[in-house]
Design a protein around this ligand. Structure first.
Ligand code: MOS
Length: 773
């Protein structure tokens, strides 16, 4: 490391300490968002999705449903080797097939720079930073090597089968064994090494009265959003127009501009409706290839990946091997917590599957040793998939806690309660709001936990054994830099809010309309929340469960700017004359003095007096310093009842309950749906999802929903969801994110229930029937 890097690092460390020790009032959220204390009927109300009717009627256009004049359809040819070079490429048959417009490959593709890799720049959106169609090199089995453009999708698909490719294969690292032999590297996530050492955990473990020490493994998984990845693109001169299915409109616009060497303002990305993202809908090769083909053909292009195409082009979750060892004293307190292991990634991405995140924040252990090591494989770049790290990390950690509880003859909830920390176990910062124990209390009572027999195999119904298990869910509160919002208030008192954010089915548009209406003292119908457009303010990622906080604080900043402007306009004749910004609030279509609502003037009257037909304000969110000042996490307790068939080994989840502590819940209906969706994905993680990888050639061999199983209706029981609804005083509107936490803890709760049912401890996901026979 050179001097400059050392100085930078030291500077960062000083900044970090300064933020930790700064007075609360200087930190965003240090003075609680006033709306937390107000009794606002719209906050938390179970408002149905405002976009629901459009979707039910099929009137919500998705990326692959935008019709453009003279549009051509793209299809991709994928490599069949994991590494090497294209030796020959014969496109003549394909080019003469019916309807074919052109075939694009590295030979004729426009010059393009590699896609900026996610998290390396503020608006980088790429899942990988490999060059696209710039040379004959092949980096993974399934890499696109040719694109066919035709008048119809069917013609493009057919012509792809006529492209003849041969390869000079090079040696590829496709076995875990070889990857490991090549060496392990400490993973780095968000600019920090995935390593925490406190004391001598191995010594403390060896000396502890009770120990568990086991290895847990989780498989590769692929993204299967209902909506296939798609983009409809057109060049209008030097301007690139992209209708995308994305979690990052602003990031995509900036990154595509980098790829094509044009200005950010020359790229316009919209994405008003997205059929599920889960971390997979960032910038992959298909959007780049569609734009390149559109430029080559001088025609608009639509690309929609097939289901197999998503497995070839869009990265998924990587596999993990994790060791969890816990040493505890007679009092049940953890003397040592060790959570280490490894995950494969590639040379051209940066997602080390940070599975130690739950161990960092959940337990007060006297000593700790946590790390994530990575090994390099020649494969499609792995990426974010709902709670990367936490989903698989909580499986290993929370199974180990269950194993320890059994060894100590303690109820697993009692064991967790004994190790509840009073401050952040790794950083030492105070918790912003933590009510995990309350979540356990609520959940256990509702679930009927006291009926559980700690001894496995005690409950039987015919050929079925029945068991119960529980586990902790957790996910961090994040807020990424770059938030901003514009509010336009019209003379009719209606408001339009604009943020370059996303609605992927979570309910974002509905929830933000509710919160904005409550802030401004308006009815729902008077607020329009506009989003999904890179031309709008902000670069707000729909990821890391942080969109609600990011939009929330941005809109809060914009509404303050609006109120400041209104007060400046009010003048001496207004009942509001002389009032300061922190003395007023939105109320009944106007502004009033917070503690004296009779001092009031309507927005319409304020604008009329000033002779204005509208006021438009744009404001930026403050830097997200609150995450360094407080330990901010969401929590939950997952309870599961499972039946295991003694004849076939078949596991069937019959009851599932989640009790969550995620701050204030902003919409009871859409929140419950988010929690349920996460828990259903957790059932998939526990019982069925598994990408099958051929170690001989690095090819994914089950790229379809026929062979890659996700939970279907009959696999999903009635899922009960509860929450503490205790506002986080330091989060915008008191709400922490809820998009990812449901998948965390669920797999461990299932595995712990399976053990309680039949006495088999499966440490290797997914828990399929062969492992239970
Ligand atoms: Mo998420 S995996 O941050 O979309």
């Amino acid at each position: 490391m050179n001097i400059i890097q050392n100085v930078q690092k030291a500077g960062q460390a000083i900044m970090q300490k300064a933020v930790e020790h700064a007075p609360d009032a200087l930190i965003p959220g240090g003075r609680p968002d006033p709306i937390i204390a107000r009794d606002e009927p719209l906050i938390g109300a179970p408002v149905s999705r405002l976009d629901g009717a459009l979707k039910v009627k099929g009137a919500a256009p998705f990326a692959a449903e935008i019709p453009l004049e003279r549009m051509a359809y793209a299809a991709l040819v994928y490599s069949t080797v994991a590494k090497g070079r294209i030796a020959s490429l014969d496109t003549s048959l394909a080019e003469s097939a019916p309807g074919v417009v052109l075939v694009m490959s590295h030979r004729n593709a426009p010059k393009m720079k590699p896609v900026p890799l996610f998290m390396t720049k503020p608006k980088a959106a790429g899942g990988a930073n490999l060059p696209v169609f710039q040379d004959e090199s092949v980096h993974w089995n399934g890499q696109p090597v040719a694109l066919v453009l035709a008048e119809t999708q069917e013609q493009a698909d057919y012509a792809c089968t006529l492209v003849r490719v041969t390869y000079d294969s090079a040696h590829a690292v496709t076995t875990l064994q070889e990857a490991r032999e090549n060496g392990l590297t400490t993973g780095s996530f968000q600019g920090e090494p995935l390593e925490d050492i406190n004391g001598d955990a191995e010594r403390e473990l060896a000396a502890a009265a009770y120990q568990v020490d086991a290895v847990y493994t989780t498989p590769r998984q692929n993204h299967n959003a209902i909506e296939l990845h798609a983009a409809t693109v057109a060049w209008l001169g030097d301007e690139l127009r992209i209708h995308d299915a994305t979690q990052a409109v602003a990031h995509t616009a900036w990154s595509m501009a980098e790829v094509f060497g044009i200005r950010e303002s020359q790229v316009h990305v919209t994405s008003p409706f997205v059929g599920g993202g889960f971390g997979g809908k960032s910038l992959w090769q298909h959007q780049v290839l569609a734009a390149a083909a559109a430029r080559l053909a001088k025609r608009p292009v639509r690309i929609m990946l097939s289901r197999e195409g998503v497995y070839r082009v869009v990265g998924g979750r990587t596999l993990t091997e994790q060791r969890v060892a816990i040493g505890a004293g007679d009092d049940g307190r953890f003397a040592a917590l060790i959570h280490t292991g490894m995950a494969p990634m590639t040379e051209h991405n940066n997602m080390p599957e940070p599975f130690i995140m739950p161990a960092r924040c959940l337990y007060a252990a006297r000593s700790m040793a946590l790390n994530v090591k990575t090994v390099a494989m020649d494969m499609l770049a792995n990426t974010f998939m709902r709670a990367p790290g936490e989903s698989v990390g909580s499986f290993a950690l929370e199974c180990a806690v269950d194993e320890l509880a059994e060894r100590m003859a303690l109820d697993p909830i009692v064991l967790r309660r004994r190790n509840e920390p009073v401050q952040d176990p790794t950083k030492g910062t105070p918790f912003s709001s933590r009510h995990l124990i309350e979540a356990y209390r609520m959940g256990a009572e509702r679930f009927g936990w006291q009926a559980r027999d700690a001894k496995p195999g005690m409950r039987r119904d015919g050929e079925w054994l029945i068991g119960m298990g529980c586990a902790t869910a957790t996910y961090p509160y994040y807020r990424m830099p770059g938030g901003a919002a514009r509010i336009t208030l019209g003379a009719d008192g209606r408001v339009r809010v604009e943020v370059a954010a996303h609605e992927m089915g979570m309910g974002t548009a509905t929830v933000q309309t509710q919160v904005t209406a409550a802030r401004l003292g308006l009815a729902l119908e008077q607020v329009t929340f506009a989003y999904g457009d890179s031309a709008m303010p902000g670069s707000v990622l729909a990821g890391g469960s942080q969109q609600t906080a990011s939009i929330g604080i941005s809109v809060n900043a914009a509404h303050k700017a609006l109120f400041a402007e209104l007060l400046a306009l009010a003048g001496r004749d207004s009942p509001l004359a002389g009032l300061k910004l922190d003395e007023v609030r939105g109320h009944d279509n106007g502004l009033c003095k917070t503690d004296e609502p009779s001092r009031y003037e309507s927005y319409a009257a304020l604008l009329a007096r000033a002779g204005r037909d509208q006021i438009e304000v744009t404001a930026k969110a403050p830097l997200p310093l609150e995450t360094q000042h407080w330990s901010m996490h969401s929590y939950g307790a997952i309870f599961c009842e499972v039946r295991v068939n003694t004849v076939t080994g078949e596991p069937r989840v019959t009851r599932l309950l989640g009790a969550f502590d995620c701050g204030r819940i902003l919409n009871a209906k859409t929140a419950a749906s988010q929690f349920r969706g996460g828990m259903i994905m957790g059932l998939g993680l526990a019982l069925m999802e598994e990408t099958l990888w051929d170690e001989r050639n690095g090819r994914i061999v089950n790229p379809s929903l026929a062979e890659y199983h996700v939970p279907a209706h009959l696999d999903v029981p009635e899922i009960e969801v509860l929450w503490t609804d205790i506002a986080d005083p330091h989060a915008p509107a008191g709400a922490r994110g809820i998009g990812e936490i449901g998948i965390t803890g669920t797999a461990a709760a299932v595995a712990n229930a399976v053990y309680n049912a039949c006495g088999k401890r499966v440490r290797d996901l997914p828990i399929t029937l062969d492992k239970l026979l």
